[in-house]
Structures are given as C-alpha cells and as structure tokens.
Write a protein that binds this ligand. Structure first.
Ligand SMILES: *[C@@H]1O[C@H](CO)[C@@H](O)[C@H](O)[C@H]1NC(C)=O
Ligand SMILES: *[C@@H]1O[C@H](CO)[C@@H](O)[C@H](O)[C@H]1NC(C)=O
Ligand SMILES: *[C@@H]1O[C@H](CO)[C@@H](O)[C@H](O)[C@H]1NC(C)=O
Length: 220
C-alpha cells in the first residue's frame, strides 16, 4: 500500500496530522459516562463537522465529514478480558475503522480489533505478524510503531497492535482475551489495561481526502 510514502511525508511535515489518533477527554464527559455506567470517549484533533453523541445506555452515534482525526466511542474505563457484544450500523468513506479499541500501560500499547473499515490505510508502515481463526472469525495480526504521537500518557513513542477481521461485519461478539492470547503467542506483550471502547475513528491520510460517514452502535 502507500504506507511508506505516507510515513516519509509525515516526518518532513510533522504538523500535518498523520494517522490514527487518540487522546484525553474532558472530566465532564468522563463523569457523565460513568454515571451512565459506561465510559464515553469523544476525542478529536479539532476538525469541524464531527458530531459524536453519547446516547442512552450503551449507545453512541457519530456523523462526520471532515479532514480532522477523531475517535468516538463507548465502553469501559477498565479493559482486560471482556466479551464485547454489540449491534449497529456503520457506513463510512475515507480512512477509518469500527473497532474494539484500547490501551495498556507499561508497556504503553494502543490496540485495535477491527470489525469493519472504510480505507484500511494506517499511516505508519505495519508488519503482518500472523493469521488466526476462531469461532468469531478469521483475523490477520499487524504491529506498527507510532513515534512521538498522542497517547494516554501524552506524546510518546509506542507500539500499536492490530487484529483485522478478514470478513467485515457490524454486529457480533468480540472476546478480547482471544486476541490477547493470540498476540501473546506472537510475542506481542500487553501491559496493564486502561480503557477499552467500541470506537469509530476517522482521519486523513496525509495529502489524501478526509473521511465521512455515520454510525449508530449499541453495546449490549
Ligand atoms: C464532542 O466534542 C466536540 C468537540 O470537542 C463537542 O463540540 C461536543 O459537544 C462533544 N460531544 C459530546 C457528546 O460530549
Ligand atoms: C452510505 O452512505 C452513502 C453516502 O452518504 C449513501 O449513498 C449510501 O446509501 C449509504 N449506504 C447505506 C447502506 O446506508
Ligand atoms: C496472513 O495472511 C495473509 C493473506 O490473507 C498473507 O498475505 C500474510 O502474509 C499472512 N501473514 C503471515 C505473517 O503469514
């Protein structure tokens, strides 16, 4: 794909946004979500025309048409081993994913279990580490490295772990332990779990189009 050239561009133009994003949320949003029993994340790098709504119960919706990167979703402030069951709809163009998305610390890892996607174009080069099949589906595993990028610990250099479903779907159950165990077999070590969410992400490949779409996701 085009990943190597994108990395080069992002290195020479570090102020241009390049790649999947994540970041902190405001205390108010966190408290609201906690009262509702879920952890809600609504992060964007400031692009216009991104609407992310915290619905009732386990529901969130997003509508976007933007060059700005964002991660919108709902889940739990503690990740770990969970069977995440959800239903919903997702319709997107441009770079972006619908994924189980989380972080660990020590080591700092950003991970994705991608259920569906528009353009699958991470801006860092990634490496296929293996393939595995479970009763939930067939997946290919990748790793990539983010250098001096936003993280839950501020600007850091860290690894990303990816499981990408070969047959996309919107709705089902994702047993995170299955992925953690498969990653461990490939030498991909996680740290202490931080939050995990069902996330909708959009961003802009450097020099490319932005993303647009809509989704409604309901955690069961
Ligand atoms: C999400 O973030 C945007 C931009 O920061 C803000 O305008 C909007 O009100 C937030 N939505 C929710 C549901 O918190
Ligand atoms: C997805 O969005 C496009 C553009 O808005 C629209 O034309 C199309 O009908 C949508 N598809 C579905 C399945 O909703
Ligand atoms: C995983 O499978 C894909 C084909 O679906 C293949 O291109 C890739 O090389 C495989 N990865 C490894 C590490 O074997």
């Amino acid at each position: 794909m085009v990943k190597l050239s994108l990395l080069t561009v992002s290195l020479v133009a570090p102020t241009v946004f390049a790649g999947p994003v994540s970041g902190p949320q405001t205390q108010t949003e966190t408290e609201l979500a906690r009262r509702q029993g879920y952890y809600f994340q609504n992060w964007s790098e400031g692009g216009s025309n991104i609407r992310c709504n915290n619905g009732g119960g386990g529901t969130y919706t997003a509508n976007w048409n933007s060059k700005g990167g964002f991660v919108c979703g709902k889940g739990w402030s503690y990740g770990g081993n969970r069977a995440i069951k959800y239903t919903g709809s997702y319709n997107a163009t441009g770079p972006g994913y619908l994924a189980v998305y989380g972080w660990t610390r020590n080591p700092l890892i950003e991970y994705y279990i991608i259920e569906a996607h528009a353009d699958l174009a991470p801006n860092e080069p990634w490496t296929s580490k293996g393939n595995f099949s479970t009763s939930e589906g067939d997946y290919e595993v990748f790793t990539s490295t983010r250098v001096n990028k936003p993280s839950i610990e501020g600007t850091r250099t860290f690894q990303q772990y990816w499981s990408v479903r070969k047959e996309q779907r919107v709705g089902g159950t994702v047993t995170t332990k299955t992925h953690f165990d498969e990653w461990a077999k490939l030498g991909m070590r996680l740290g202490n779990h931080d939050y995990v969410i069902m996330a909708t992400e959009g961003y802009t490949a450097t020099g490319g189009p932005g993303s647009s779409g809509s989704c409604t996701i309901n955690l069961q």
